[in-house]
Design a protein around this ligand. Structure first.
Ligand SMILES: [Zn+2]
Length: 98
């Protein structure tokens, strides 16, 4: 399948090039800005979210529970650590104090 992010990147490069070619010095600056903005946007779209447990694709980064293996998912390390320390405290295992 042709990626949406890749398409956005290609289009923004083309648009940026056209603006730069038509607009003179100011057009070149504007064209570079358009191309860079498109590249950043495209790479955002190109990010594919995978389940850390079963590696299946997820619909978005906001998915909390994997639809395939029912694993709990966390968006970032801080969220994961908060849930992990809460689970550890609940289980009553103190482990080695640091
Ligand atoms: Zn999964």
């Amino acid at each position: 399948m042709f990626g949406v992010g890749c398409l956005v990147q290609a289009l923004s490069l083309a648009v940026g090039f056209v603006i730069g070619a038509l607009g003179g010095a100011a057009g070149i600056v504007l064209g570079i800005i358009v191309a860079l903005a498109g590249l950043g946007w495209g790479s955002q779209l190109a990010v594919v979210w995978l389940c850390g447990n079963c590696k299946n694709k997820l619909a978005s980064r906001n998915v909390k529970v994997c639809p395939t293996c029912s694993a709990r998912l966390f968006r970032n390390r801080r969220e994961w650590e908060a849930a992990f320390s809460a689970a550890r405290a609940a289980s009553g295992q103190t482990g080695r104090a640091t």
